[in-house]
Write a protein that binds this ligand. Structure first.
Ligand SMILES: Nc1ncnc2c1ncn2[C@@H]1O[C@H](COP(=O)(O)OP(=O)(O)OP(=O)(O)O)[C@@H](O)[C@H]1O
Ligand SMILES: O=P(O)(O)OC[C@H]1O[C@H](OP(=O)(O)OP(=O)(O)O)[C@H](O)[C@@H]1O
Ligand SMILES: O=C(O)c1cccnc1
Ligand SMILES: [Mg+2]
Length: 615
């Protein structure tokens, strides 16, 4: 069977393409009309005609001017493993009219994607309307069957990845973002797919871990260090016999560009780092400190043991009440909350983080947290921080910070003022923006519903259009110009300008010479005659690469690991001109065609559009 040959070829280069992550992704995950069309093609003996389809979207989502492309790996996983089981063939036989001939089902039995070629833009790229994300070439019947699953796999993944980019943009680079959306996602697949494509959520150089590492190195000697702006990795330049040698601190490199989620299944499937706090139920499940039976805690270095950690916490509450700077901020804190925090700290002394809004943030949650954190500090542990999940997050975060700073000063605990503050509760682009405008002290955000459900826009609206059959270009006309397809098997390029920004994406006919660095090329709006510009590119990047060669000898791109996809995504987002990225009235990025393709589109348009007759 031919598919074995293809998979064997992939094996040779050391990769077998595994099946789709979601076992529901099978050749049946398509619309009925794909099967009826496939039958009609087969009946007309047209099923093997060579077709070219483009998968693209028409409008950027969320009122923005950019989109992040995701979902490619799952598309290739489907294509590489596309094969009907006997059971599936029986089902198709049941749903199609009894008049369908047996030969069609024999045809389905032998069907795979060994004659299909897939060209795609690299996953994680910033992409724009009308430019094909995928080009599928192959026998028309099988390409047609692929339409629905491919559009499905790209649509949601790209929408969430774009949503994640937009949330990152407003939150700012220095904030840690945690994905909390599984419980609110559209079913299990919505949750898992969203966690997978949080591509732009990488933790960057300003995250707390980075700051800690930087401080450590700065502490060593201010002369003997260097921070690379390009790699954002840290180097220690240390004296050696003949001068200096460079020692790279790779522990930080391993930490950068990670997205963080609470979804455990996604953590297992994709190696996504997992983080979490605790819920209100944990706090309200405690009634009193008497419930804590084992009160002992070893010090962080193991050198001593505190037999009654509960009492140690209580001594800190008493100290707060006697302290000059904290007196009057609170009276009695909630003892059941204090019990819950103490108990959690006993379970996780090295990563203690408390949800402080169950009863009263300022009068109870914060002082209770500080008492437990300082008791931990006595034993050599450093508490991670608090989570705020209700109320005015700007105000409460500032008040919490003031309290932490007052504690640092009053009790001489270095760094306590910088204790982490996480905020959650129905966060979205607008609330993040509002917090920024008001001023706040939040270090990390937990975002659920608005991120994973793509609340602000339900779908990306990807389409799959026939652009060529048997080497004949095809066009789809529409009253609405934005819906007219761009015919031909095309090539696409991104042209970069002098300042390093991408200037324009250009599509050309398949046989046209590619744009060259330093050579002026006319870029035309595909449908608006007056919109055109000459571009002298400083860099030319061909966008479509072969990810599934079928039976051709095209060299094949590897499917990169998720980490590389994230790196690409973050780099590309950072490389965009800022006015394309801003939230309010962003400038549209230019998508164009070559002069030759422009002429051809309009020739074909006139050819295909019937001339009306007025009476
Ligand atoms: N400073 C702020 N500026 C703008 N929006 C904020 C600010 N602080 C919180 N928000 C948002 O206001 C909304 C408050 O929602 P809501 O009134 O349902 O919650 P709450 O009353 O604070 O808490 P809950 O009802 O869960 O106890 C949330 O979407 C939250 O993200
Ligand atoms: O707010 P989201 O962005 O969707 O983030 C996830 C939310 O899920 C949790 O709340 P939970 O579902 O336990 O209850 P809640 O609605 O009362 O906060 C968590 O405390 C967040 O508030
Ligand atoms: O870990 C958390 O704090 C969390 C996880 C999911 C939803 N809300 C909160
Ligand atoms: Mg909530």
């Amino acid at each position: 069977m031919v598919v074995e040959k293809v998979i064997a070829k992939w094996n040779c280069s050391g990769r077998v393409v595994e099946g789709p992550t979601n076992p529901m992704v099978t050749p049946l995950l398509t619309d009925l009309y794909q099967f009826t069309m496939a039958y009609a093609y087969w009946k007309a003996n047209k099923h093997q005609e060579r077709a070219v389809f483009d998968l693209y979207f028409r409008k950027n989502p969320f009122g923005g001017e950019y989109t992040v492309f995701a979902g490619l790996e799952e598309c290739i996983r489907l294509i590489a493993n596309f094969k009907f089981t006997e059971d599936e063939i029986s089902f198709i036989r049941e749903i199609l009219p009894g008049s369908c001939e047996d030969g069609f089902f024999d045809y389905l039995r032998g069907l795979d994607c060994s004659e299909v070629e897939v060209y795609a833009i690299a996953e994680g790229s910033v992409v724009f309307p009308k430019v094909p994300l995928l080009r599928i070439e192959g026998p028309i019947a099988v390409a047609q069957l692929l339409e629905t699953p491919l559009v499905n796999l790209v649509n949601f993944a790209s929408l969430v990845a774009t949503n994640a980019a937009r949330h990152r943009f407003v939150a700012g680079k220095s904030k840690q973002l945690l994905e909390f959306g599984l419980r609110r996602a559209q079913g299990p697949d919505g949750g898992i797919s969203a966690s997978k494509v949080l591509l732009p959520w990488g933790v960057n150089g300003s995250d707390p871990a980075f700051r800690r590492d930087l401080k450590l190195i700065q502490g060593a000697s201010s002369k003997l260090r260097k921070l690379s702006r390009f790699t954002r990795s840290l180097y220690l330049i240390v004296p050696s016999g003949k001068g200096t040698k460079t020692e790279t601190r790779t522990f930080f490199k391993a930490e950068k560009n990670i997205s963080v989620a609470s979804n455990v299944a996604a953590g297992k499937l994709f190696g996504i780092p997992l983080r979490g706090t605790h819920s209100h139920a944990f706090v309200s499940s405690y009634m009193s400190p008497d419930e804590i039976i084992d009160k002992s805690l070893q010090s962080a270095d193991g050198s001593s043991s505190c037999e009654d950690f509960v009492s140690l916490v209580q001594t800190w509450i008493n100290k707060f009440q006697l302290s000059n700077s904290l007196r009057g901020i609170f009276g009695e804190t909630n003892q059941s909350e204090l019990a819950a925090f103490t108990s959690y700290a006993l379970a996780f002394p090295r990563s203690f983080l408390a949800l402080v809004d169950t009863y009263d943030v300022m009068r109870s949650g914060i002082p209770n947290f500080c008492a437990v954190a300082l008791a931990l500090n006595d034993l050599g542990y450093k508490a991670v921080g608090i989570r705020l999940d209700s109320g005015d997050l700007a105000y409460l975060s500032c008040e919490a910070r003031k309290f932490f700073s007052a504690v640092e000063k009053e009790f001489g605990v270095p760094g306590f003022g910088k204790t982490g503050i996480t905020a959650s509760n129905d966060l979205n682009e607008e609330t993040l923006d509002a917090l920024n405008k008001q001023g706040h002290e939040v270090d990390s955000y937990g975002i659920g519903t608005y991120l994973v459900t793509c609340y602000a826009q339900a779908a990306l609206g990807c389409v799959f259009k026939l652009v060529e059959i048997n080497n004949q270009p095809r066009i789809k006309l529409s009253e609405d110009v934005s819906k007219v397809s761009i015919p031909c098997k095309k090539r696409s390029y991104r042209l970069y300008g002098r300042e390093g920004y991408p200037l324009v994406d250009i599509m050309t006919g398949g046989n046209e010479p590619s744009p060259k660095v330093g050579e002026r090329i006319l870029c035309r709006h595909p449908f608006n005659e007056s919109k055109r510009a000459y571009v002298v590119p400083q860099q030319v990047e061909e966008l479509l690469k072969c990810y599934w060669p079928g039976s051709s000898d095209e060299p094949r791109e590897d499917l990169p690991p998720l980490k590389d996809i994230r790196d690409r995504c973050i780099k590309q987002l950072e490389r965009m001109r800022p006015d394309h990225m801003r939230r309010l009235n962003p400038t549209p990025y230019k998508v164009s065609v070559s002069a030759k393709l422009y002429d051809f589109i309009h020739f074909l348009w006139l050819n295909e559009a019937p001339v009306g007759e007025l009476q």
